[in-house]
Design a protein around this ligand. Sequence first.
Ligand code: COS
Length: 385
Amino acid sequence: MSDRTFLSWPFFEPRHRELAERLDAWCAKNLPVAHDDVDAACRELVAMLGRDGWLKATAVDTANPAPLDVRSLCITRETLARHDGLADFAFAMQGLGTGAISLFGTPEQQQWLAKTRAGKAISAFALSEPRSGSDVAAMDMSATRDGSDYLLTGEKTWISNGGIADLYIVFARTGEAPGAKGLSAFLVPADSAGLTVAERLEVIAPHPLARLAFDKVRVPASALIGKPGEGFKIAMSVLDVFRSTVGAAALGFARRALDESLVRASERELFGAPMAELQMVQGHIADMALDIDAAALLIYRAAWTKDSGAARVTREAAMAKLFATDKAQEVIDRAVQLHGGDGVRKGHIVESLYREIRALRIYEGASDVQKVVIARQALSDFRSR
Ligand code: COS
């Protein structure tokens, strides 16, 4: 059983504590699922999570609209990640993939949300391109007007759920202005003519990932999310909500690594006593526990700030993601060390955590980008004093 004391922190309401307990029990019963075929596993996970109501937090309920609750998103990701990284992935992408519709969609566009919240449609967020990852404003993909339609042409890559999604939120250059002010967001159904999976991408912790090609993909003007030229701000606003949740997933991986290490240190004998008696082992455990609590404080500070009505939490979310993902990598590395040979043995939970954590320091804004975001804000706050 993981440390649950953080749930009594003042960031939470009783409903969050109840969510954590109920979901943990559900996970213990239903996870992990087999990962041999990641596409099938993700489809199964989305269906299971939707059937049992866990996807409701990922998108707004159009019948009863309320802002996305970032604390619920974080608690859910942390809990799922602790049990099964692919379950966390399946949950998270339903939110990231529909975030632009939840925040800026028309009532017609928001009709998709009933399906994604029920696990009956899979969504994806298509921002990165072969020549534009961290530098979003450098994107090449174009959307040109053709009568009352738009034609989308170009490539998107590193698209999670690419190949299994039913809908893609696609960012493209509409050219109202150079750079960041000339991008727009579109809702593109996966069965649109001219949209193909150009390549499936294999990574160290397998999950559905693809490069997509758009060859004059025609969408009606009603597919435009927000106004022309608002795409960059839409993308950043979605990331403001979901970046803290990436930190929460990392926190779940780190907690699992600590839990496994506590068992190992207590049960494994070394030099005639349990490993836990050795001060060098205690040093690892202390650092792990400290990093986990510090990460949790930053994550739930960011989530609580957003839920309390802050218009932007760019700095808080960047800090939470940066610290939690970088520190989770260190925590998991310590867990590998404490597990000795077992820690690098294929199929061991600690070995899979070691592979799972790495991408979180890259996607949704690499650690380096988070530093840029934090520094820019600190400098701008200083200059406006
Ligand atoms: N919310 C709302 N608006 C935002 C915003 C946010 N979080 N961040 C920036 N903006 C606005 C800015 O205020 C600016 O508008 P004004 O000129 O009207 O003030 C505009 O957007 C451009 O911002 P900026 O000048 O900071 O843009 P840059 O091109 O310098 O990009 C970084 C900044 C690098 C921070 C951005 O491109 C980024 O986050 N990159 C990482 C992208 C990422 O996460 N990729 C992974 C894809 S998902 S796997």
